[in-house]
Design a protein around this ligand. Structure first.
Ligand SMILES: NC(=O)c1ccc[n+]([C@@H]2O[C@H](COP(=O)([O-])OP(=O)(O)OC[C@H]3O[C@@H](n4cnc5c(N)ncnc54)[C@H](OP(=O)(O)O)[C@@H]3O)[C@@H](O)[C@H]2O)c1
Length: 420
């Protein structure tokens, strides 16, 4: 078939239905350029594999985007996955999500626990409950994948506790969570492969310095996001040192490893919200130009590959912690301050102070609210008692009035009889 076709091309020239050669070349070049760009922007596949049966994994951000793929892949491999969700496990969305994940993976060891990362008290409630367990609960991995981002042009928003929301969700909540869970990590047996996998973003490179807090007009969503990621990286590295410095009672070395992962830019709900600025017009533009986001951004599945590599690659446990992984390989941090101990010390101290201050304020607020509630309850009780007494007095008075009436009537009758 190709030989007669080529012969006909040679002797008779191009048939009328066939594009001219230069046009064919143009199509072929465009197709190759798109294929190559797509191949390059999709990134590498995770080469590591591992049986996760019996391993207990806590994961934040497991309900959306890259974290959702990671949670699915962990559950599929048999891990016991505890999704730390913003809403309580009884929330109908969470119930359905967990049931769906169980059904799709055939793994019934998938649970949800409420940890609202925008609320220090919620983080403390979960983490203290976890460490209060005796004997210490098994814990193989903590995956920190949750993050938030104010769309471009958006205003600075504070949580109910008064902390800027990007700083709170992306950094401070993780700092608080790992701080409280530290004894649970250190209590794991020496030979357990414990990993703390932290999702970061290359935007940290353009972040303002950490000793340059964003104030007033300086604050932009991009700078806030980048700075929160830089802080997370500085803390992750310092946390590894904190774990390494721990002297185990059995005198064996600490094996827990912190791994930073840059998943690369992906078409996740978070990115979509950011690109569309959370508006319907933005969504329309996004849909019209969807081809470009498809071409240049990774799918959530491809973006999760480096995360899965950090969770499953055997070399992680054998090599020093605090490494940064991108495209399933080690890369250097692009900023010196990520490894600066002085910067880390200041960040650690200021975060501790902020948490202490906010928690004290909130504890006082809660105590005041509790007192108010108690006072309202007592007032309501007293009012009910007064009402009861009033109605009792009313009833007695009514009874007496009736009795007097009867007596009066009797007296009247007797007087009438006497008169007769
Ligand atoms: N997507 C990218 O292009 C990209 C690039 C570089 C790095 N990363 C990093 O990769 C990670 C995942 O990104 P993504 O785009 O997949 O995220 P995403 O789709 O925006 O999902 C964010 C997740 O965080 C959770 N979350 C947000 N606020 C929370 C709160 N207050 N309490 C508890 N959970 C909360 C969300 O829970 P709900 O489902 O309840 O909202 C959701 O599960 C992030 O750390 C991000 O910084 C992403």
């Amino acid at each position: 078939m190709p030989i007669p076709f080529l012969a006909s091309l040679y002797f008779n020239g191009y048939p009328p239905w066939m594009p001219e050669p230069y046009r064919l070349l143009k199509y072929a070049t465009a197709f190759s350029a798109v294929t190559l760009t797509k191949w390059y922007s999709s990134g590498r596949h995770n080469p590591a594999e591992r049986n996760m049966h019996g391993r207990v994994v806590l994961i934040t951000g497991g309900t959306s985007g890259i974290g959702a793929v990671a949670a699915y892949e962990l559950a599929r491999r048999g891990a016991q996955v505890v999704l730390l969700t913003r809403t309580p496990p009884s929330d109908s969305y969470v119930v359905e999500y967990v049931e769906d994940l169980r059904a799709r993976t055939g793994n019934h060891m998938v649970y949800a626990e409420q940890v609202d990362l925008a609320d220090l008290h919620s983080v403390r409630r979960f983490a203290t409950r976890w460490i209060d367990n005796a004997p210490p609960r098994r814990l193989d991995m903590i995956v920190l994948c949750a993050a938030t981002m104010v769309p471009p042009g958006g205003r600075r928003v504070e949580t109910a506790e008064g902390v800027e929301v990007t700083w709170m969700v992306n950094f401070l909540a993780n700092f608080h969570l790992l701080g409280i869970l530290s004894p649970a990590i250190r209590a794991q047996p020496f030979d357990r492969d414990v990993r703390i996998v932290v999702a970061t973003c290359s935007s940290y490179i353009s972040s303002p310095r950490l000793d340059d807090p964003l104030k007033g007009a300086d604050w932009t969503p991009q700078k806030a996001y980048a700075q929160s990621k830089l802080a997370l990286m500085v803390f992750a590295k310092a946390y590894q040192k904190h774990l390494d410095a721990y002297k185990r009672p059995d005198e064996l070395p600490m094996n827990a490893k912190v791994v930073l992962v840059d998943p690369g830019y992906a078409r996740t709900p978070g990115t979509r919200r950011w690109l569309t600025r959370g508006s319907l017009w933005g969504l329309l533009v996004y849909l019209i130009f969807y081809f470009f986001s498809w071409l240049l951004l990774k799918s959530p599945y491809m973006a999760s590959q480096s995360l899965l590599y950090a969770m499953m690659d055997g070399s992680v446990v054998r090599r020093p912690g605090g490494r940064l992984i991108k495209e399933c390989m080690d890369v250097d941090c692009a900023r010196k301050d990520v490894d600066d101990e002085e910067v880390a010390k200041k960040l650690w101290e200021s975060s501790d102070q902020l948490i202490e201050r906010v928690e004290k304020q909130q504890a006082l607020k809660r105590a005041k609210e509790k007192r108010e509630e108690k006072r309202r309850e007592e007032e309501a009780k007293r009012a009910a008692q007064v009402e009861e007494i009033d109605s009792l007095i009313g009833a007695i008075k009514k009874g007496k009035a009736k009795e007097n009436q009867k007596k009066g009537a009797k007296k009247g009758k007797a007087a009438g009889n006497n008169a007769k």
